[in-house]
Design a protein around this ligand. Structure first.
Ligand SMILES: Nc1ncnc2c1ncn2[C@@H]1O[C@H](COP(=O)(O)OP(=O)(O)O)[C@@H](O)[C@H]1O
Ligand code: SF4
Ligand SMILES: [Mg+2]
Length: 433
């Protein structure tokens, strides 16, 4: 951290200073081949409308389950992946549309530390060649001798001492922890301003993780760096970060001051992640049951309404219910009622594998239409589940029954308790798409 003013992490979006990076409605979609008969161009919505900022000198933690889009967002911020839309304002300039030539002068200011040192080090290059490579690319040294000198000094900074002793050996001669120090040395040798560290210790032995993390923090303070620190572990993020953003299916669902977010989470997904942190006290282990149910849905067809609604323990009427939720409701219900009832309800619905499923509509063609209509009307009257509030129609025709759902609004970020939260529990603020 260079100046004391930059070191204070802003606690609310209102007292921000000039951000190092201002991210506005950023999308990164990957085209994928659709099904054989698909007429639509399909995309994976890896990053799907993310808004936040990174202040100079802070460590911003990006947390979420595997597949939530963390790596893609980190790579997009460095322009290693191309944003589909949105702005990416780096020190006042929108670099979202920059091509590689325009990016070139900025490249040395941007660093990346990968998760797996083995995959990011070239086994054919000596330490001096590998770490010194960026200096040559950016024309920051004149010749081999000054390059070796700069590399040796950097190696010492990351704890590989004496630096000279490491210059002419190969990465495979080093331990896992030493290799990751090497990756850090290479990322920092050009004296970057902004570094994305993508799960930098996840591939390391437990015994060396803490020391590598301490080294990264020490370097951040000494060199005045700004980090985006990516992790799936909220406890690590709290320990390291000034502010934290929680990513779910390509959306930032809550972001703000690390301690406030940890002590008083405002989004149900943040609460689930906190409850998933193993507790040392065995009497409190039962909190594990609060883990979000089910798996993260596919980023190609994210759920309508709030993307978290199929797994949210407190989802209610406006959260967005759809065909898949009705099937999940029956599946769960049939584990709770007696076998006679399962049999009669299954006769009404027919096999759930045979339904024609869409986001806004589900058609049952393999059961008993009269019995199913009656059952659905009864469940709706009983308010058996909040999803029935979103049912706009139960239509029976000769062969089957179609159930339609109204689209719930997708929650927009709103300021709650000094941070940004996207959840209808704090008031239904629809998001504009
Ligand atoms: N190059 C790519 N092409 C297509 N899909 C991708 C690509 N990279 C990532 N994805 C998809 O984008 C989503 C987010 O992935 P990723 O950013 O790696 O998440 P995380 O780092 O949180 O695990 C996943 O569904 C993943 O399969
Ligand atoms: S809007 Fe909030 S309450 Fe509703 S499903 Fe999403 S996270 Fe849960
Ligand atoms: Mg990742």
């Amino acid at each position: 951290m260079t100046e004391p003013a930059a070191a204070t992490s802003p606690s609310s979006p209102d007292d921000r200073s000039e951000p190092l990076l201002d991210v506005v409605d950023l999308h990164t979609h990957f085209p994928v081949r659709g099904g054989l008969l698909s007429r639509h161009r399909e995309v994976v919505r890896a990053v799907d409308g993310v808004t936040f900022d990174i202040q100079p000198g802070e460590v911003f933690g990006l947390v979420g389950e595997s597949g939530s889009g963390k790596t893609t967002l980190g790579r997009t911020l460095l322009k290693l992946a191309d944003p589909t839309s949105g702005s990416l304002i780096y020190q006042g300039r929108d670099i979202a549309g920059y091509d590689e030539k325009q990016m070139r002068p900025l490249r040395r200011e941007l660093g990346l530390v990968f998760q797996d040192p083995n995959a990011s080090l070239n086994p054919a290059m000596t330490v001096a060649q590998g770490v010194g490579h960026p200096l040559l690319i950016h024309g920051l040294v004149d010749g081999r001798a000054p390059m070796r000198e700069r590399v040796a000094a950097m190696l010492e900074r990351v704890g590989l001492t004496p630096g000279e002793a490491f210059l002419d050996i190969y990465p495979q001669d080093l331990s896992g922890g030493q290799k990751q120090r090497l990756v850090i040395a290479r990322a920092l040798i050009t004296e970057p301003k902004f570094v994305v560290a993508d799960e930098p210790v996840a591939a390391l032995d437990m015994s060396v993780r803490a020391r590598v993390l301490e080294l990264m923090l020490e370097l951040q303070r000494d060199l005045g760096l700004t980090y985006l620190f990516i992790t799936h572990d909220l406890a690590t993020a709290r320990f390291l970060c000034d502010r934290i953003g929680i990513l779910y299916l390509g959306n930032m669902v809550e972001w703000g001051d690390a301690d406030a977010l940890f002590n008083d989470p405002q989004h149900p997904y943040t609460r689930s992640l906190l409850n998933a942190i193993p507790l040392p006290d065995p009497r409190r282990r039962d909190r594990d049951k609060d883990l979000p149910v089910g798996e993260m849905p596919d980023a190609q067809t994210p759920p309508k309404g709030c993307r978290f609604h199929p797994r949210c323990p407190v989802a209610f009427e406006p959260c967005g219910w759809e065909g898949a939720d009705l099937l999940a409701f029956f599946e769960r219900r049939w584990t709770l009622v007696d076998s006679d009832q399962v049999e009669s309800e299954l006769a009404a619905t027919g096999s759930l594998q045979a339904v024609d499923l869409h986001h806004d509509r589900v058609r049952f063609d393999a059961g008993n239409p009269a019995a199913l209509t009656k059952l659905l009307e009864q469940l709706r009257t009983e308010q058996a589940h909040p999803l029935f509030d979103a049912v706009t129609g139960i239509e029976r025709d000769g062969r089957g029954v179609a159930v339609s759902f109204g689209a719930g609004p997708e929650p927009a970020l709103q300021t709650v308790a000094g941070r940004e939260v996207a959840c209808h529990l704090h008031g239904t603020v629809p998001r504009e798409r």
